[in-house]
Design a protein around this ligand. Structure first.
Ligand code: AMP
Length: 217
């Protein structure tokens, strides 16, 4: 057990805590064993997942995307220690957006499009791009990408297109009238990522598949 840790989320695969770490506050994400799996295999798979999350987080950070700073990986306890980022989620920001000026709106869509372009240029697929996993850092208004728990490395346009599709779906399902915002984000993404042409045509295919699937049920 981590000293003075406060549980903030109990998920299906991991517990997330805040706790003091040296002179700062850290987020600690601890994956726990799955009892239905053989313990040796389970530990191997969990450790692989923890390493992959830390690797993707760091790769993204190194490619110039603002992410929580990786403090420490505790392989023995399958835990990742990272910077606690104080800020608002994109989800909350969108619900406040009624009062926003067009320049503030443009600033935000630009930040998101640029961050996604940098992340995909580094071949990091986030795997769970939702408006809850994008934060605006309180100290400097920088756009921070969090939760690399389902992330992996891939250079395939299809994987990047699905990543964008997941974000598009959360936009359209949870934020009414946000289509234009997502369109602006895609424009910025395109202008900041030379290889985006194939990804955007794949996105059109993925959308079509999604639509067919929802029609069939
Ligand atoms: P996760 O399972 O990584 O999505 O974490 C669960 C929740 O903890 C997130 O939805 C955030 O609200 C919060 N959280 C995770 N990582 C951070 C972080 N580095 N800084 C601040 N809050 C975080």
């Amino acid at each position: 057990m981590i000293e003075n840790a406060v549980l903030i989320k109990q998920g299906a695969e991991a517990r997330v805590y805040t706790a003091p770490f040296l002179t700062r506050t850290a987020i600690i994400k601890e994956r726990f064993p799955k009892t239905y799996r053989h313990p040796i295999l389970d530990n191997k798979l969990t450790t692989r997942r923890v390493t992959q999350e830390a690797r993707c987080l760091f790769k993204c950070y190194r490619s110039g995307v603002d992410t929580p700073v990786l403090y420490f990986v505790d392989i023995e306890n399958n835990a990742i220690y990272m910077e606690f980022v104080k800020g608002k989620t994109l989800k909350d920001l969108i619900s406040e957006m009624g009062e926003w000026s067009s320049s503030k709106y443009e600033e935000l869509t630009t930040k998101i499009g640029v961050a996604l372009a940098k992340m995909h240029s580094a071949d990091v697929i986030h795997g769970d791009l939702t408006t809850s996993n994008l934060l605006l850092r309180e100290s400097n208004n920088s756009l921070v990408v969090i939760d690399f728990g389902l992330s992996y490395i891939s250079s395939l346009p299809e994987d990047k297109a699905v990543d964008l599709y997941v974000l598009e779906k959360t936009f359209l399902s949870t934020h009414p009238n946000s289509e234009s915002m997502f369109t602006s984000i895609l424009d910025i993404y395109k202008n900041n990522y030379k290889a985006s042409k194939d990804i955007l045509s794949k996105l059109a295919e993925v959308r079509l598949r999604g639509r067919k699937r929802s029609m069939v049920g």
